[in-house]
Ligand binder design. Structure first.
Ligand SMILES: [Ca+2]
Length: 202
């Protein structure tokens, strides 16, 4: 009996920690392998050589890509990461504005928080920035979808001869705790409970 208990405990721990350490990115096509599939896109966006280009090629105005997804009820935080690069030419005078935001659905509307709000005067051109943030989230509605991630570039209409874009790649959102890991851990605990119950009966 004791041996069986230890085996179940080890399996439960392996499953739980194996699940937590595994890549559980819930974003579809965050690597933009060939196109923008999985993303809603508005304005002028494309994919070149496996990298999304927000606002390319395009005139003034807002271009964005957005993905909606579902967060399980146990989610308390999100590990969000992506890489972005300002490309082409910095407009002058004026500025383009890059915003990355995360939104939660509360049942009647979206509540978005900005992860990045940077204008092209502050941006370093042709230098890739790695963004990573552990974002603690509040209450949200248990409907699907109930979360979204948006990347937008608001391009100044003047001077019209200058074009800016944001290159975006390796978008990842990992919910914490992960539903799969919690489920496996729960199954492990049930297994332990079953073993101890049988043990008492003997
Ligand atoms: Ca890529």
């Amino acid at each position: 009996m004791k041996m069986k208990f230890l085996v179940v405990l080890m399996i439960a721990l392996l499953l739980a920690f194996g699940g937590i350490s595994a890549n559980a990115n819930i974003i579809q096509n965050g690597t933009f392998n060939t196109d923008l599939s999985g993303w809603t896109e508005v304005g002028n966006n494309t994919v070149i050589s496996g990298v999304a280009k927000i606002g390319q090629p395009g005139p003034g105005g807002i271009s964005y890509i957005q993905q909606e997804f579902f967060l399980g009820a146990t989610t308390t935080a999100l590990d969000i990461s992506f890489e972005y690069t300002w490309e082409i030419t910095r407009p002058s005078p004026g500025a383009d504005i890059f915003i990355a935001s995360f939104g939660l659905w509360d049942g009647s509307g979206w509540n978005d928080v900005e992860l990045i709000n940077q204008d092209s005067n502050a941006g370093v051109f042709n230098s890739t920035v790695s963004f990573n943030e552990l974002l603690t989230i509040g209450a949200f509605n248990n409907s699907n979808p109930n979360a979204r991630l948006t990347f937008s570039l608001d391009e100044t209409p003047t001077p019209s001869t200058v074009g800016t874009r944001i290159a975006l790649d390796n978008v990842s959102v990992n919910p914490i705790p992960e539903p799969a890991a919690m489920l496996l851990f729960g199954i492990g605990l049930l297994g332990l409970a079953g073993v101890s119950r049988r043990k008492k009966q003997i």
